[in-house]
Design a protein. Structure first.
Length: 562
């Protein structure tokens, strides 16, 4: 399927590159250093692809480097499985961090030392309020908070308590190290935010060395500073956290040049936006509503890979979207457009019949077989050709026949002639039905002088059908996917009523015999059906294909109208 280039918008520009170019021109930095800081507590979803492309792509564009730094500050939810999956996803998208793989846990010793420095400066204190009391003291968006009764502890007492926290002398939740900023600040993030909490949990890298762990905002800014990050790129929900990011560096007297945080709009994709939350993703996996993190209905990068979405398509989509300062929603159809654009160039063409209707070519000699040559991909002649076996009995799509067709119906009907792709012209002569009146078989004749789809008299037909040879086709399982949710989930949990019962449909199809020898991950365009990828569940006896995207391009059509 060819897609008009004019239907797609030009790649967008974004303000972050303008900031970087101004910084380079003014000498505020010599080498651009970005970072991608995932939490290893789940699989990356498609929203992360924008951050990956932005951080790694920006570093590449300006000849700098991008660090991969795992924010492993919450040992309760973290696992090495997630670490390896995240690294595999980034590599799959086409990026590499080289020797610059880091972990927040690499800095636990200096982070602890910096916390003691803040205590010694009178800028941090150990609070003994309960979690409920802390929430009550914090105030609301309309009313200021109140100082904790423990806020005025002496520096010596705070140091003693903090060291006792580190030594494991207290239970989880007994104390909290907080920054001493301003409980009346209109920015709630500055109302004495937590810096360290007690958590007696085994860490996947540091083992049982630590029982206190730094909070994200604290570890984030200082890890950036330690690594020499120049441009710390975050999504918009961190905009209100930027003053705390800057406060940590300022309070410690971090020398210039310091890293600076810039916020951009996250990727919100229609239909799957409600699922782009690790809480819901974990729930879907744990409740068995999906087969795993890579179930092709999930919005994870592993799932999109298994479904057949290509990294080039994801990079293209993110480039087209650009980087903005305000949130918006991108139509899922735009992703499908980018997938078609890429797969149209690389996917080999094959024929598959999903709802077979038998056709007997009555004037074709019984027992005869011949082979036709068919191009693998007309967009790429270097892919060569394949051989298609043809015989007296074939199958076509049931939807390609109508006994009483309307006007301008160009497919098969009684007395009507069509072209079989790569083969012959055939004409329907007789319709065979069962006792219930259902069509079970068609008897047709063929024109021997139309081999390859053309005739000496130059006549043409409007309808071209794909087909499968009854004697040679093999059975395959085709998995068709729809959106997983019918609506947005509730605030606290996903409900059975919100799940789409038709999110997975399995079709038993007849396909070209060569497809049985395909390899998992290979892409194909099944003519007139859509783009498919062979699944890892395939066996030589029963190949399995996931439909990546259908043939209809609603997004491109809408762009033309606009």
């Amino acid at each position: 399927m060819n897609t008009s280039e004019s239907s797609a918008p030009a790649p967008a520009t974004h303000f972050i590159h303008e900031i970087i170019e101004a910084d380079l021109a003014a000498g505020r930095c010599q080498t651009v250093v970005t970072r991608f800081p995932p939490e290893p507590n789940g699989y990356l979803h498609i929203g992360h692809s924008k951050s990956i492309c932005l951080n790694f792509g920006t570093a590449l564009k300006y000849g700098g480097r991008c660090h991969l730094r795992f924010d492993d500050t919450n040992p309760v939810k973290e696992d090495t499985e997630y670490v390896e999956a995240i690294k595999a996803n980034i590599h799959w998208l086409g990026f590499d961090w080289g020797e610059h793989e880091y972990y927040a846990s690499d800095y636990f010793d200096p982070l602890y030392s910096y916390a003691e420095q803040l205590i010694e400066k009178g800028l941090a204190y150990v609070d003994s309020l309960s979690a409920e009391e802390i929430r009550a003291y914090r105030g609301t968006l309309k009313s200021p908070g109140q100082n904790s009764p423990y806020r005025d502890r002496s520096i010596d007492e705070n140091l003693e308590l903090f060291r006792a926290m580190k030594a494991g002398k207290f239970e989880d939740g007994a104390h909290l190290l907080r920054a001493k900023i301003d409980m009346a600040s209109p920015n709630i993030n500055l109302r004495d935010p937590a810096l360290y909490r007690i958590r007696h949990a085994h860490h996947h890298r540091t083992g049982d060395k630590w029982c206190i762990y730094p909070m994200y905002d604290y570890a984030h800014s200082l890890s950036d500073a330690i690594e020499g990050i120049t441009h710390s790129l975050c999504t918009l929900e961190f905009e209100d956290h930027r003053p705390l990011y800057d406060w940590c560096l300022e309070a410690l007297g971090w020398p210039e040049p310091r890293p600076h945080q810039y916020e951009f709009a996250r990727l919100n994709l229609s239909h799957i936006r409600p699922l782009m939350s690790k809480r819901y993703l974990v729930q879907m996996v744990q409740t068995g509503h999906v087969s795993g993190w890579d179930d092709p209905r999930m919005p994870t990068l592993s799932a999109f890979k298994r479904r057949g979405v290509t990294p080039a398509a994801l990079r293209d989509m993110n480039e087209r979207i650009g980087v903005a300062k305000s949130n918006s929603e991108v139509e899922y159809a735009m992703l499908e457009f980018c997938v078609r654009e890429d797969l149209n160039k690389v996917a080999q063409r094959r024929m598959a019949v999903l709802d077979p209707l038998k056709v007997v070519i009555t004037n074709y000699p019984e027992g005869q077989q011949e082979n036709f040559e068919a191009e693998n991909n007309p967009e790429d002649p270097s892919t060569g050709h394949r051989s298609l076996a043809f015989g007296r009995e074939i199958y076509i799509e049931r939807s390609d026949f109508m006994e009483e067709p309307p006007k301008k119906y160009f497919r098969l009907a009684p007395g009507q002639e069509v072209r079989l792709k790569h083969a012959y012209y055939i004409t329907c002569q007789e319709v065979i039905k069962d006792a219930e009146g259902q069509v079970t078989e068609l008897h047709c004749t063929y024109d021997p002088n139309s081999r390859g789809g053309w005739t000496e008299d130059g006549r043409k037909v409007r309808g071209t059908l794909h087909w499968a040879s009854a004697a040679h086709a093999c059975k395959a399982e085709l998995r068709h996917y729809d959106h997983l949710l019918l609506g947005a989930p509730a605030a606290d949990q996903l409900l059975e009523s919100q799940l789409n019962p038709d999110s997975l449909t399995i079709v038993e199809a007849l396909v070209e015999p060569a497809l049985a020898a395909a390899q998992p991950g290979e892409h194909f365009q099944f003519l007139r059906q859509g783009y498919y990828v062979m699944d890892a569940d395939s066996t030589p006896e029963k190949p399995v294909f996931n439909r990546t995207v259908g043939m209809v391009d609603s997004w491109a059509k809408q762009q033309k109208k606009n």
